[in-house]
Design a protein around this ligand. Structure first.
Ligand code: GLC
Length: 624
């Protein structure tokens, strides 16, 4: 043995003796190590994959069935949710704690998480809400313009900022998942969810899928991030006659050309979940369509996140109410992972368990679904931080977010006609304002605001009405008079502004198969104003383009405001020219309801084409 080798061995021997001594001393001095080692899945330094594998190895079938089940908060208490090992809880539209405050939401959320993490394997829940234009269930949240107006703004960076602001306000309440964005491509304006669409061509939704980055931030576990849900896969905006939850009769080529690109973009942006649509494709309900969910979404697009059903979506597969064992098996085998069964979680769990036991649903599908769900829970950081991040409380309804909402309202206005009546002179003017939507926060916000359907009401949410903006922006020597019906107007006024359009609705309640005309109240109000000979500017607050071709010649100006949200003052900024209109229609405007559906390239000539929108000249009236 060479001397060098001998030296190395003696050193090694010495080192071994020393190390052994230290270890023994260490052991003798340190307290006894805990008997049971921390399970790998609770080790935040371990890879997500290894944590998922470890956790799944510890789960029973009941654990796994529970993880695939989502119940409504009104149907399960925190204790019941934990006892059933539910993977998720949601608030449907308007399902709110009392009082409806951010602190109350956070307390409610924390109660569900505390129950979930202190039983069994301690798996946290995912809590989901529809925050589709701000955290709109929460009173005091900033309410942004609905998607149809954001589509007209053509400002994807703004959309991302709205996503971030929404996620911050949601984070204060604890909520982990946003059932948004709707990436629907609305092809028939009679559809009640047209306002949830960014536009009638896929490019609008593709461009505004930036909201996913805003919602999800740099990573799902980053402060202020929530998981986004691209919805509704697929074809919801293409149903015959625009019937909500109806049948989309379409070739595979057309489906891929029109309705698929937004979901491809969402997957590329790393969207955490995708919600399946109620509609059918050529007679087969999406919720039971394996080609769509497994082959197209999970296979071709490579989506590795959670596929969630819509509210009781599996009930519709066989066209009968309620769900059957066959429907459960068909939906699970089609590729759905998480089931929104708001009031039937126990029945769903037992039915699915029976379908596994009889071999109709393979364990491989159960495991795939659990793997997807648990992966997102680890990526969300829920095992480390299961409770609401109350450091975001001061973002709820913050001045900064309201300024963003006002900017979004400005950019979403589309000027469609102007004979010189706009912009309004700020100084030495005499303005008459009328119409049911001039002074109504509920009407300018639209559906999915505090409640599922939304509601009319002057001050149902904090913010500024359009009338507030017209009054507060008025300059020296200007008077502003308001009367909803137009009573009191006379020829002494220099201009009249009629703010009319639609009242709130959501989903099928907003379908308008009988046409898109203005209602009798609006027509009467406008007529009263016109009878005095005073120039009339019409501002439409609506969830879609409307049938106004017959009335338009009698109007001096027309602005489509869509549903501007909390900050009606942003609309006034455009009316006064403080912000020159930049909005461009993301929907073809029909010359009559009979033209529906009307879209680019279909050979029909509408009243205004896709992309239309005017602006003001160099000078403003009050500078003339
Ligand atoms: C609704 C909608 C869907 C929403 C879900 C939960 O029916 O179709 O967009 O996310 O139920 O509220």
């Amino acid at each position: 043995m060479s001397s060098r080798l001998r030296v190395r061995r003696s050193v090694r021997t010495t080192r071994t003796v020393v190390l052994t001594g230290l270890l023994l001393a260490g052991t003798a001095l340190a307290p006894m190590a805990s008997a049971t080692p921390t399970p790998l899945y609770k080790n935040s330094h371990a890879s997500v994959t290894s944590r998922v594998n470890d956790l799944m190895s510890r789960m029973t079938l009941d654990d796994k069935l529970g993880q695939m089940t989502q119940a409504e908060r009104g149907a399960v208490t925190p204790a019941q949710s934990a006892a059933s090992k539910l993977g998720s809880v949601l608030s449907g539209g308007g399902s709110v704690p009392t009082p409806n405050t951010a602190v109350s939401w956070a307390d409610m959320y924390d109660a569900y998480q505390k129950a979930a993490t202190s039983t069994g394997l301690g798996i946290p829940i995912i809590y989901g809400v529809d925050a589709v234009h701000g955290d709109n269930n929460l009173y005091g949240a900033t309410i942004f313009p609905q998607n149809i107006g954001i589509g007209a703004a053509h400002d994807p960076k703004l959309t991302e900022q709205i996503g971030r602001a929404t996620a911050e306000e949601m984070s204060a309440t604890g909520v982990d998942e946003d059932f948004a964005p709707c990436l629907c491509v609305a092809r028939d304006d009679r559809w009640g969810r047209t306002y949830e669409s960014y536009g009638e061509v896929p490019g609008n939704a593709v461009a505004n899928s930036t909201i996913i980055n805003g919602l999800q931030g740099k990573s799902l576990d980053a402060p202020g991030s929530v998981m986004a849900t691209a919805k509704h896969f697929i074809g919801d905006g293409g149903t015959t006659n625009g019937t909500d939850q109806g049948n989309t009769q379409i070739s595979d080529w057309e489906l891929r050309a029109i309705h698929l690109p937004p979901f491809r973009a969402a997957v590329q942006r790393g969207v955490g979940a995708v919600m399946i649509s109620y509609n059918s494709i050529n007679g087969l309900k999406d919720h039971g369509n394996k080609y769509l969910i497994t082959d197209l979404l999970k296979g071709e697009l490579g989506f590795s996140g959670i596929v969630i059903s819509d509210w009781n979506g599996i009930d519709q597969i066989d066209g009968q109410s309620g769900f059957t064992p066959a429907e459960v098996a068909q939906a699970v085998n089609a590729g759905l992972d998480l089931f929104m069964v708001p009031n039937d979680s126990a029945k769903f769990i037992s039915t699915l368990g029976a379908e596994v036991a009889n071999g109709d649903v393979p364990m491989s599908r159960i495991d795939d679904a659990n793997r997807r769900i648990l992966t997102k829970k680890f990526q969300l950081g829920l095992f480390e931080h299961p409770y609401a991040d109350r450091s975001f409380m001061n973002t709820v309804g913050s001045a900064q977010h309201h300024e963003l909402a006002r900017q979004a309202a400005r950019e979403s206005q589309v000027l469609l006609k102007n004979d010189g009546v706009l912009p309004l002179a700020k100084k030495n003017n005499k303005i008459f304002v009328a119409g049911k939507n001039a002074n109504d926060m509920g009407n300018q916000a639209g559906g999915w605001t505090l409640t599922w359907q939304g509601q009319s009401g002057e001050r149902v949410i904090p913010g500024t009405t359009i009338l507030d903006g017209i009054k507060s922006d008025a300059g020296k020597g200007t008077t502003v008079t308001y009367d909803r019906a137009g009573n009191g107007i006379d020829s002494s006024y220099k201009v009249a502004v009629a703010v009319v359009g639609e009242t709130p609705y959501a989903e099928g309640h907003g379908d308008r198969p009988n046409g898109l005309q203005l209602d009798a109240e609006d027509l009467s109000t406008i007529a009263k104003l016109k009878a005095t000979g005073v120039p009339v500017v019409v501002v439409l607050v609506s969830g879609r383009v409307l049938d106004v071709a017959n009335e338009l010649p009698g109007w001096n100006g027309l602005v489509e405001s869509f549903l501007p949200g909390s900050e009606g003052a942003g609309v006034a900024d455009v009316l006064y020219g403080d912000y020159k209109p930049t909005g461009k229609l993301s929907f073809t405007w029909p010359a009559s309801s009979a033209q529906e559906p009307i879209n680019p390239g279909d050979g029909k000539t509408g009243l205004f084409p896709y992309g239309y929108g005017l602006t003001y000249g160099k000078h403003r009236n009050d500078e003339n």
